[in-house]
Design a protein around this ligand. Sequence first.
Ligand code: PMP
Length: 360
Amino acid sequence: MSKYWSAVARGLTPYVPGEQPKLDRLVKLNTNENPYPPSPRAIAALRDELGDDGATLRLYPDPNADRLKAAVAHHFADCGLAPANVFVGNGSDEVLAHAFQGLLKHDRPILYPDITYSFYPVYCGLYGVDYEQVALNAQFEIEVGDYLRPNGGIIFPNPNAPTGRLLPLAAVERIVAGNPDAVVVVDEAYIDFAGDAIPTAAALVTKYPNLLVVQTLSKSRALAGLRIGFALGDPALIEALERVKNSFNSYPLDRLAIAAGVAAMEDAAHFDTARKAVIGSREALVAEMGKLGFEVLPSAANFIFARHPQHDAGTLSAALRERSIIVRHFKLPRIDQHLRITIGTDAQCMSLLAALREIL
Ligand code: PMP
């Protein structure tokens, strides 16, 4: 902190650096990355874009990322979406930031769950958005009825983070339909891990002009390092996001991200195999954790949220860290006895289970 800082900078807290430790040989199960590599077609596209001499890097990227918008729209063609329904940004974090600034009302409180993605209050602080936190029920589920009251907008992750719980599509629709005067943002960072069928609210976009669905290539497409996210919505909502984005940076994505993003969106076979592998590993891990006495919430994500009735979560997390296994422990009311554990490779899950057996 220094005297030169604005009030905004003073009010901000840096992202916990401990979650991205710079150590080798860690079993890193704390930030919900994909344990498998991205599509080989994405890697080939990166090489093509770069060429032998990187000459294209002299040139600015396409300011509209048209190819990527087309590839995203094509992936959601069954939902009747066109490129005009697509916005792309630097990770879904940036897409969400633009939604907070451009679509959620600043003259009355917005609603989001009391246990949810930690960036929502940060964006509210940054952009001066008032909010009310709506309590999840005893099973850590979103109660639709709690969101049917006057508000300046609604945002929730589906599946929710860090609980992993899924709100069925029909319930999402009731929230969207019940709030025709406000934008409902459904943050679907983890939706591709919900099951064989993907219950995405993208299917509702053409029906509701107040629905914005946000997704990312960081999780199911294993491209967290390239920072690619997108939003799907009515063209009028997309226009608001474009206006905000243009005022920050007229080039939302760099050339490499666009090239790899297009190839990753087009590789439907790799996408399906990779997400189903994670789902399979999750089901196996849940079963094994149960045998160790953990209570695991039903998860539709690439992580699980678990507590052990006889063991303190903070102590467990520290004991795992001593064994070079990093999981996420939130020192927050109601969830300070839970651990959020990312689904790793089968070998990583075995290391986790072996360590837990030793600790317990
Ligand atoms: N939404 C949720 C619920 C998340 O957990 C994350 C990842 N931390 C994001 C959005 C942002 O992901 P990214 O910026 O990598 O797309």
